[in-house]
Design a protein around this ligand. Structure first.
Ligand SMILES: [Zn+2]
Length: 397
């Protein structure tokens, strides 16, 4: 029987085009791996799609004076076309605004809720009194407690890569009005990550769950294991899986108190891999469950390093809490690519855009792919087109 693989590449946010850091970090390594598997005659499905929810989208819509829908429609088309031009051979490039994705995500929430995986808790969240709304983590900026970056977001510092909570920020400010946010009570559903800590620790470090060898940690990258263990060593806390937002997947309406609540984007986005596989199966007369529920399937997530804890701890906890799903056999996360010494960033508009390269150097897509791969394999300075790459870029690996 053919060995079966499901390979996923991180869902890009539909709030900007693709840059070379995305390409080098997740999509190109995944594409090379998948092409190799296909040449070896394996049964492989390669899925991806646009992540169209989350405050990064609404922040962009606000900045551009338009709607979140217009933003995701625009960037989904750009992303899809760019992947095609640069030759990333997805079996499906889906989107999280699709009805099948909303339904799949809501089913997950229901199942976790019925399984008693959530605790409902009223907590104090930042609220902007001028704008009259609760503030998503991304709508709060302040100073990073780790590296003192004055432009850190409420969920993450883009300079040092630390994952943050809004209350970690020093001198927080609302991005909506510039005012100092106040705390107000609101109810949310928290996933009991603490309940999953023990098996996650064993799974990450030995590859075993309930005595079964599911992967070999020696195959995993050291920095991936290191980041997971540093989280585990701090102890996993219950994590809110809902938000007060206007854009996203609704908390299932039959659940009391769900009005105005949306699923946390880090709950719905990885489920996007599943809904993309479902759509692919529907389109091709295949059985999606073979790829997500059969223990013979090898599931591999290609991601950038800022997504490690979500793919190695939080999403596996969600899959195990659901009960029917397999876990990844590897999560090859890459370090960041720098451009002139600074991390590439869509939100800070610091990048070389792949669609611009494709437009300017039509027919030379493989030259970029080759150079990115060479660059990722060694620190050698490859000769890249001077007009696109003014200075040699540096890589961390
Ligand atoms: Zn920082």
């Amino acid at each position: 029987m053919k060995k079966r693989y499901l390979v996923t590449a991180a869902l890009p946010y539909a709030n900007g085009p693709l840059h070379i850091g995305h390409l080098a970090g997740a999509y190109l390594p995944a594409d090379i791996y998948v092409r190799y598997l296909r040449l070896m005659g394996r049964d492989v499905v390669f899925v991806c799609g646009s992540d169209e929810h989350g405050a990064a989208i609404t922040v962009k819509a606000r900045k551009e004076g338009t709607t979140p829908q217009a933003i995701v429609d625009k960037y989904h088309a750009i992303l899809r076309d760019t992947f095609e031009k640069i030759g990333i051979s997805f079996d499906i490039y889906h989107r999280t605004s699709a009805p099948i994705h909303h339904a799949t995500s809501q089913d997950f929430f229901r199942k976790l809720n019925n399984n008693g995986e959530f605790i409902e808790e009223t907590t104090e969240q930042y609220y902007d009194e001028t704008a009259g709304q609760f503030l998503a983590d991304r709508y709060i900026v302040g100073t990073c407690p780790v590296c003192a970056n004055p432009e850190a977001y409420g969920d993450q510092c883009e300079r040092c890569g630390s994952t943050l909570s809004p209350t970690d920020l020093i001198e927080p400010k609302s991005m909506l009005s510039g005012s100092v946010p106040v705390k107000r009570p609101t109810k949310h559903w928290f996933l009991r990550l603490d309940k999953h800590e023990a098996w996650l620790r064993e799974w990450i470090n030995t590859g075993k769950v309930d005595g079964k060898q599911l992967h070999h940690p020696a195959d995993w990258k050291n920095h991936v294991l290191g980041q997971c263990n540093s989280w585990l060593d701090q102890g996993l806390q219950p994590r809110a899986m809902t938000r007060d937002l206007e854009w996203g997947v609704d908390v299932p309406p039959e659940i009391p108190g769900s009005e105005g609540k949306k699923l946390y984007v880090w709950l719905d986005a990885p489920i996007g891999y599943i809904s993309a596989t479902k759509q692919w199966a529907q389109d091709h007369g295949k059985n999606w469950e073979l790829y997500w529920k059969n223990p013979d399937t090898r599931l591999v997530y290609f991601i950038g390093k800022d997504n490690i804890v979500f793919h190695c701890l939080i999403f596996p906890a969600i899959l195990k809490a659901h009960g029917d799903f397999i876990l990844p056999v590897n999560v090859p996360a890459n370090q960041f690519l720098n451009l002139e010494g600074r991390k590439l960033s869509t939100s800070k508009n610091w990048a070389v855009w792949v669609h611009e390269y494709c437009a300017e150097f039509a027919g030379q897509e493989d030259a970029l792919r080759y150079n990115m791969v060479k660059r990722c394999r060694s620190r050698a300075t490859a000769s890249l087109p001077g007009r696109v790459f003014r200075k040699p870029t540096t890589t961390n690996w």
